[in-house]
Design a protein around this ligand. Structure first.
Ligand SMILES: Nc1nc2c(ncn2[C@@H]2O[C@H](COP(=O)(O)OP(=O)(O)OP(=O)(O)O)[C@@H](O)[C@H]2O)c(=O)[nH]1
Length: 307
């Protein structure tokens, strides 16, 4: 199932129930109008607007991380949708003249929706200002510290740690999941031994490119050390991170690499592990991940020893 539906299932379900509840309420209070008296202009105008607002809400949930701003904008749009939906329902259902509830249901959610949207857009503006300030800080940070690995060239362990230290509290504040994937090439030193250090460097570069091809634009890949890579996955549940870890493992195994010298086939294998952050500090999370990796690395050796 798409991440959008997993992350926002309760909101989407609530909207669906509300829309159905409204339709059932009108059906219980009134009678279906014959098709001959339907006003197609009103249906197209009101129904079309309701549909467009639904599309906006979908794009919003797909494009933005979960959190306060997204919630405000979503509930604002949900109110607009409900108002337009109820308005278009009376094109199909005739309600008693004496009824005033329908006026409330059609009109009241609209100003509430605009108020929520205004509040959401205001907080979005504040969020953009904070992001811009952080980008300026980060750029300064790059220039000052040059936390980049020369071979790949990805951010190094120090850079990753700092990014994680910033990402963890942000994810916790927005109640967003955050996961990590670690990838370690198996028996990489054999490549250095057999083909030389320069060939080893080339393999590291190709592995880095291969991992990047599998990531989303907002994921962060860094090289922790030697043949060990790490990926920070914002807004990602553990199951999704585990899937990515398996995909990365397979894509490394299927890399059709040839040595630069004699063109021999280089068969690579990698061990990958994934974890979702709990309420913990960056160092504790990295420690947990290293332990899981150490166990995963030991597992094949144990299997070989027991065989
Ligand atoms: N070519 C190259 N080799 C590197 C670089 N940095 C570290 N290494 C080598 O990477 C190897 C890492 O060795 P190990 O940590 O034992 O990893 P491994 O040989 O893959 O063994 P396992 O992980 O246990 O399967 C060492 O031989 C290092 O010399 C680098 O920038 N370039």
């Amino acid at each position: 199932m798409s991440t959008m539906f997993v992350l926002h299932r309760f909101k989407l379900l609530a909207l669906l129930l509300l829309a159905n509840g409204g339709a059932l309420l009108y059906l219980s209070l009134g009678d279906l109008k014959p098709m001959a008296i339907w006003s197609w202009t009103d249906i197209a105008g009101e129904g079309g607007s309701a549909l467009l607002v639904l599309v906006w809400a979908g794009l919003l949930l797909k494009g933005r991380p979960a959190g306060r701003v997204t919630n405000l904008l979503f509930f604002g749009l949900a109110c607009l949708f409900f108002s337009l939906w109820m308005d278009s329902l009376d094109e199909f259902i005739s309600l008693p003249e004496s009824l005033t509830l329908d006026h409330w249901l059609e009109s009241a959610p609209m100003p509430l929706g605009f108020a929520l949207l205004t509040l959401g857009i205001y907080h979005w503006h504040c969020e953009q200002l904070a992001i811009s300030a952080q980008m300026i800080n980060r750029e300064r940070h790059f220039r000052e510290h040059r936390l980049f690995d020369k071979v790949t060239p990805l951010g190094d362990a120090g850079y990753f740690r700092r990014q994680l230290q910033q990402a963890l509290p942000a994810a916790q504040a927005n109640s967003e999941p955050l996961s990590l994937v670690m990838l370690d090439i198996d028996d990489f030193s054999a490549i250095n031994r057999s083909y030389g250090h320069r060939e080893g460097d080339r393999v590291l570069q190709l592995v880095a490119q291969q991992i990047l091809l599998n990531l989303r634009s907002h994921d962060l890949l860094c090289r922790l050390a030697g043949d060990r890579f790490i990926v920070l996955l914002p807004a990602t549940l553990e199951a999704q991170a585990l899937t990515l870890a398996q995909e990365l493992q397979q894509s490394i195994a299927h890399l059709a690499l040839k040595s630069a010298g004699q063109g021999e086939r280089l068969q690579l294998r990698a061990t990958t592990v994934a974890l979702m952050a709990r309420q913990e500090e960056a160092d504790a999370l990295l420690k947990r991940l290293n332990i899981v990796m150490a166990r995963a690395k030991q597992a094949p050796q144990l299997r070989q020893a027991q065989a």
